[in-house]
Design a protein around this ligand. Structure first.
Ligand SMILES: NC(=O)c1ccc[n+]([C@@H]2O[C@H](COP(=O)([O-])OP(=O)(O)OC[C@H]3O[C@@H](n4cnc5c(N)ncnc54)[C@H](OP(=O)(O)O)[C@@H]3O)[C@@H](O)[C@H]2O)c1
Length: 135
């Protein structure tokens, strides 16, 4: 199975690329500055197969500076809320499925036990709100 990992140089992306390679999968890692997932030209290149014809595109790219997001909400929402939609569109045009990663910050942390997929989100920060909108 072939994969494209966007944000492939980040913390999660690096580990994912390494693990996929260990399992013998074909992987292309994309990241700044060569690949900017907010740039129409880069998204078009992805959609047209310039980076290969993967089965899966994984979005590990994000704005992850949790505290800094409070003073940079526009940038946080651009990268965490809008960019996943653009990647979803490009993946669909490419014929690949998109795997997107969210965060526990979409919850308020007040639950007694574990959160599951049906738990109600209630972000308490700009970062959490931007990630929720990306979902
Ligand atoms: N780390 C955690 O504890 C944790 C926990 C829960 C969920 N998550 C989620 O897991 C995902 C990955 O997190 P991470 O910790 O691996 O983040 P990270 O280390 O900050 O990696 C994000 C990567 O995305 C790149 N990137 C940013 N903007 C981009 C753009 N416009 N186009 C292409 N690449 C771009 C970054 O490049 P630059 O460094 O050059 O900006 C960086 O390499 C995120 O969705 C995050 O919300 C992480």
């Amino acid at each position: 199975m072939a994969w494209v990992v966007v944000g492939g140089n980040g913390m999660l992306g690096t580990d994912l690329v390494e693990e996929l390679r260990r399992r013998g999968c074909g992987v292309r890692a994309l990241d700044l500055p060569e690949f900017d997932a907010t740039e129409a030209g880069c998204l078009q290149a992805l959609a047209s197969g310039q980076y290969g014809r993967p089965d899966w595109v994984v979005n590990c790219a994000a704005y992850t500076a949790v505290d800094q997001a409070e003073s940079e909400p526009d940038r946080a929402f651009l990268l965490n809320a809008r960019m996943p939609g653009w990647l979803a569109d490009a993946s669909k045009r490419l014929g690949a499925r998109l795997l997107h990663v969210s965060t526990d910050f979409v919850f308020d942390g007040h639950a007694d036990g574990w959160y599951d997929e049906t738990a109600a989100p209630n972000p308490l920060s700009v970062y959490g709100a931007s990630k929720l909108e990306g979902e």
